[in-house]
Write a protein that binds this ligand. Sequence first.
Ligand code: NAD
Length: 267
Amino acid sequence: MRRKLEGQTAIVTGASSGIGAGVAKALAAEGAAVVINHSASADKAMAVLNEIKHAGGNGLVVKADVSNEADVQAMFQETIKQFGTVDILVNNAGLQKDAKFHDMTLDEWNRVIAINLTGQFLCAREAIKEFLRRGVVPERSRAAGKIICMSSVHEVIPWAGHANYAASKGGIMMLMKTIAQEYAPQKIRVNSIGPGAIRTPINHAAWQTPESYNQLLKLIPQKRIGEAEDIGGAAVWLASDDSDYVNGITLFVDGGMLLYPGFEDNG
Ligand code: NAD
């Protein structure tokens, strides 16, 4: 059977660890050649590529800081030189710099916005340019290109102590919807994934001890933390023609975190 992303090329930003690594492996397993982007962890990115190659897939490691315009443009040029074009962008790179709001420095604010939000703008802009240049290639996909933005449940749930992060994710929601609206006529699809709590380095404090894990589970009706594979499956669906009529949504993958779990025992 033909795999869902056969012949397509995907760029996954921040793919050297966590969700990005899981998404890169899932896209590669469906036949995509995957560019594994990292900003400062070449060894880990290479390990992800080796795993993909070991499983029979194809890819490339590209170093680029997503908040740097020249780096992002060079990453797209290198991808196009190597694979001919780009079909899928997964805007995944992100970080937290947490602080009480009254203590938050301008640098903490600017850094999170630069990587989490401006980074998604810079990468999406290069992807859209390439999608418009190339248009639909029917043998590969019904869309001229697909962008998946890694958002969070915190695009809708406020998060005390994380104003910069929550603001960046709220910004991603409107960035995603606006470019989805702007380019739908050109058959470009833009959607987000809103993960809940996924077991990755970004939130290790929330799951590393039994006490913190039990505390976390109070927020998750399904009573388990998510894994990178949970997000990988969602990314494959949003990148494939199985979701061809889906545009401008956030697909929350959160074990029910948005279901007001505080009301569970309220009856
Ligand atoms: P992670 O720390 O494992 O991964 C983040 C990745 O982004 C790393 O590979 C890091 O090197 C990369 N990165 C950071 N700055 C970069 C830059 N300037 N240029 C390129 N790459 C850069 O954490 P994760 O949980 O896998 O996070 C991935 C995405 O998922 C983030 O956008 C995060 O906000 C989002 N997310 C995670 C969770 C969760 O529970 N883990 C929940 C909601 C959303």
